[in-house]
Design a protein around this ligand. Structure first.
Ligand SMILES: Cc1cc2nc3c(=O)[nH]c(=O)nc-3n(C[C@H](O)[C@H](O)[C@H](O)COP(=O)(O)OP(=O)(O)OC[C@H]3O[C@@H](n4cnc5c(N)ncnc54)[C@H](O)[C@@H]3O)c2cc1C
Length: 362
């Protein structure tokens, strides 16, 4: 039997690793279990956009959370670098949402006004203003909504930096260690069974991405497969991220551009289809025509974890005490990872304070 931990975390994606980091920061004794390798699933496949304004309108219930999470990245990147030595490659050059038709231009301008009214930066750029900033964009564009505060990171490095920082603060990690069930006592969860042993903990956190429903079938998870590709250029062609319809081009360090992403519901397979590649290449060419002369690098897939009801589940389980769920972040797990880690750590700390106060008053 292992020693008792304050928290056992199931899943080494960006969500599990952020929770490990935020709990370790509170001096909690943490162990994270990952059935494969850390950042080996959706978190390693993402494009890394921090699209708080791009993804959510100001009427969306997740908008305030998304903005808050995005705005944490600057401090977080310094904090994680100090602890782990990993640069998460935060790029704050904004996101351009392109308009190719008059109707799209009107919609984007309206969107920009709404964001401004809610206190966020958002600017409509005319075609000439856009080409002055980003000359590689197709001259068919009529303008763009520019969201200067929506940035991007390397999702793999972010996940690794969370984990390495958690380890620096005392957390333990076991890769290739699959959790097969929870240890239950009445309506309370006391840890997990792996294929090899039992791990006892005061708190258990399920952050298993789309596979979370294997351990908790009450979570109605929908896998949404996404395909991406990347190419390299011999000169910088974009400064900011560019998005049109459901295609984006994200310029990474070292003249690398990620093009994403297809969206295929109810698919768990990790094959890259010819159809997917063709679709992405056609769209990339429409947005930045010059890409046809650049060097194809690679293509990959990931499975986005979507809950059928839409929003992510962050908090204590409705039936089981001491079991916390952090799953269903769908297209925005990278963006929402800092706030999710903070929310779960705060809820656990709050419950502990409450239990302590109850004991003291008895
Ligand atoms: C193509 C693509 C592009 C994306 N682009 C963006 C983007 O630009 N910005 C953004 O914010 N988000 C983006 N996303 C979404 C983002 O990647 C996800 O929301 C996020 O990675 C989910 O993180 P997670 O930790 O919940 O899941 P995952 O990264 O899938 O991690 C879950 C982990 O749990 C492990 N696990 C599962 N069950 C067990 C078990 N029983 N025992 C032990 N371990 C277990 C799995 O092996 C896995 O490693 C994108 C996703 C895809 C696929």
């Amino acid at each position: 039997m292992s020693s008792i931990y304050d928290a056992v975390i199931v899943g080494g994606g960006v969500i599990g690793c952020s929770i490990a980091y935020h709990l370790a920061k509170q001096n909690k004794k943490v162990i994270l279990l990952e059935k494969g390798s850390v950042a080996g699933k959706a978190s390693g496949a993402a494009a890394g956009m921090l699209g708080a304004q791009m993804e959510f309108t100001c009427n969306d219930p997740l908008y305030p959370l998304a903005i808050k999470s995005r705005d944490l990245f600057q401090t977080l990147s310094e904090e994680l670098y100090r602890l782990s030595g990993i640069d998460i490659e935060l790029i704050e050059e904004g996101i351009y949402q392109l308009a190719f038709t008059e109707d799209e231009a009107v919609l984007h301008q309206r969107r920009g006004e709404q964001d401004q009214q809610s206190g966020e930066d958002a600017y409509w750029l005319t075609a000439s203003e856009l080409f002055e900033r980003e000359p590689a964009i197709s001259k068919k564009a009529q303008g763009a909504l520019y969201l200067p505060r929506d940035g991007q990171v390397s999702p793999k490095k972010l996940t690794e930096a969370f984990l390495k920082s958690a380890i620096a603060l005392g957390a333990e990690v076991r890769e290739y260690s699959e959790v097969v069930s929870f240890i239950r006592h009445d309506n309370c969860v006391r840890g997990v069974h792996t294929k090899r042993d039992a791990i006892f903990a005061r708190n258990t956190i399920l952050a298993g991405g789309v596979w979370s429903s294997e351990l908790d079938p009450t979570l109605e998870m929908v896998p949404v497969k996404g395909e991406c590709l990347s190419f390299t250029t011999n000169r910088p062609i974009l400064k900011g991220t560019v998005k049109y319809k459901n295609c984006y081009l994200v310029p990474k360090k070292g003249n690398r551009i990620i093009v994403g992403a297809t969206s295929i519901p109810d698919r768990f397979d990790e094959n890259v289809s010819f159809r997917g590649l063709f679709q992405l290449m056609e769209m990339a060419k429409e947005i930045v025509p010059g890409v046809v002369d650049d060097q194809f690098e690679k293509a990959w897939t990931g499975i986005r974890p979507q809950l059928r009801k839409g929003e992510p589940y962050i908090g204590e389980h409705k039936e089981y005490e001491q079991l916390f769920i952090a799953a269903g972040h769908y297209r925005n797990g990278i963006l929402l990872s800092p706030i999710t880690g903070i929310m779960v750590a705060e809820e656990i700390m709050q419950k502990e304070r409450q239990a302590f106060a109850n004991e003291a008053s008895n």
